[in-house]
Ligand binder design. Structure first.
Ligand code: PNS
Length: 171
């Protein structure tokens, strides 16, 4: 394809949620190629390893359009340049997200003037979901059904080992 429109949907995805999946589906229908890019952040200790998160995302996304899942480290603006992407996609749930997202978008454009960020709003049915709250629920022994894709729920269930209280699990 000549000059495919390539977009990047970056994030921590720790873990991926139904909100992420909703944005991925919307973005996949808008671009020729969507790269779901998972940040490897050495200064953060994620609940799930990079390999686990990549596998969960791939399983959850399944065969929808040309969606690729990769991990990256370093500057997003540089990664976008290397992937010849012209657009960064971010999901915005409400006003609290917006100011932080606007600042990131402006900074990424400063670093790479050929990049624009577009904001997609998830379906209201999943707009309340966040990875932070999902981790909270899991650590307190609650169910995350309806908040995360089935593949992610299964991966989380494997973490809650038989014979140990979920409250003592580090998720
Ligand atoms: O899911 P998150 O944690 O909200 O995603 C944040 C992410 C990964 C998009 C952001 O932290 C990022 O792009 N980090 C890469 C480092 C970088 O480029 N920093 C300057 C961007 S303003």
């Amino acid at each position: 394809m000549a000059n495919p429109r390539i977009a990047i949907f970056p994030g921590s995805f720790d873990p991926p949620t139904l909100g992420h999946l909703d944005v991925i589906r919307r973005a996949a229908s808008l671009f020729d190629v969507l790269i779901v890019a998972l940040l490897e952040n050495p200064s953060k200790q994620p609940a799930f390893t990079t390999a686990e998160r990549v596998a969960m995302l791939r399983k959850a996304i399944g065969p929808i359009g040309d969606v690729r899942v990769e991990s990256f480290h370093g500057l997003l603006a540089e990664y976008a340049r290397a992937r010849q992407a012209s657009v960064i996609v971010r999901g915005v749930r409400g006003g609290t997200d917006l100011e932080y997202e606007r600042q990131m978008a402006d900074t990424n454009r400063h670093l790479n003037p050929s990049i624009d960020t577009i904001f997609l709003t998830p379906s209201p049915a999943v707009a309340h979901i966040s990875s932070t709250l999902v981790r909270d629920i899991v650590s307190l022994g609650g169910s995350v059904r309806g908040l995360v894709p089935d593949a992610v729920e299964a991966a989380i269930a494997e973490r809650v080992l038989p014979g140990r209280s979920p409250r003592t699990q580090q998720v």
